[in-house]
Design a protein around this ligand. Sequence first.
Ligand code: ARG
Length: 460
Amino acid sequence: MKLWGGRFEKQTDGLVDDFHSSITFDKRLYKQDIQGSIAHATMLGEQGVIPTADAERIVEGLNGILEDVDGGRVQFEIDAEDIHMNVEKLLIERIGEAGKRLHTGRSRNDQVALDGRMYTKDEAKRVCSLLSDLCRVLLRIAGENLHTVMPGYTHLQKAQPITLAHHMMAYFQMFTRDMDRMRDCYRRSDVMPLGSGALAGTTYPLNRERVAELLGFSAITPNSLDGVSDRDFMLDFLSAASICMMHLSRFCEELILWSSHEFRFVEMDDAFSTGSSIMPQKKNPDVAELIRGKTGRVYGDLMGLLTAMKGLPLAYNKDMQEDKEALFDARDTLVKSLVVFTHMLDACRFRKDVMARGAEGGFTNATDAADYLVKKGMPFREAHAVIGRLVLHCIKENKALLDLTLPELQEFSLLFDQDVFEALSMRACVDLRNIPGGPAPEAVQASIDAGKAWLEGFSI
Ligand code: ARG
């Protein structure tokens, strides 16, 4: 007999049990569900809504169930539909009459909203801690490579020299924004919905603030309809997860490119690479490729839930049961990706010599050559044209700017002087970009210091 079986004359068809039961996946919420029930029962007892002795029995029974589920001694039932009814059913089996009082003034609709919020809070916190591990690795690499010159790109064409530290700190910015977004998701999840009932609140004198306090929530939801039908906090998690995966995916793409024979900027550790079943020489960046690939499934989770929610009238609709698999899948994918990526990056060996050589080709100092003429008094637009002609000349001669002699340079502009050779060195090109946010070692060191302080001050 179902817990809601009173008004039914027939058993549920087995096909329906199989189709609509969520226990196969929402059993993952057992801890949140039981803790939520413990808080609810405690408050019911305190408020005199149920006898104190019953509340105590319920709490004791629920603690026993929690222990048994933790210890793998509980078999959930598919025809008890979901985690909420499985726990309630077990409780009634174990403690009898008192157990039947647990669901007073509560609905599965506010219960599932509660569990989802508790889960999302925990996982947003976990993701932040994984992101801060990753950020620390980035700070280490940046700190060790303030002077490691490499080419910076636009359109995947060499553009201007930068440093590896500067490049790493660009990712540091992205991942700290991800932390900020996850903290925001935590803040919006941190609102307690119990007391919303099925949709219209309840007639019992529940103390919602007390339940919030027992469960460590900062506030209670201000509207019962919204309390049970809001899944924005999950969408916040999925959006933040999608953006974070996009950042990981871009980083992976660069590591894949950089470990190719054409670039050779990085040597991935053997422990994070894989071989080929046929080509003995191969060492493939499978881990990075897989993270890039898995980004698509997290976007899919976000799009799936956005689409499931888009036409729903207030308040709860069963469509919303689709929220959990999306949330769990995105969480699992993100957590696994972050962990393996952080270890993989930590073990990467950067080839400073190849990077430095890479910075020298491709006229990466052409902008600096134009700037040189500007500093000698030429208007920038004119300098751009002069250096454009100079570059064309060098391409035809198969030379770099610094291969030319001073008289050759002076054929293009008499403003060129002996000091041009120092001004156009890769080192000078980087060092002179000493502007906040720029690649000069001093500027990057300032951004490392600010980043460290930000990480240390971060809390949820
Ligand atoms: N298993 C349901 C879900 O995941 C719980 C809420 C069920 N509420 C209901 N009225 N059928 O959404």
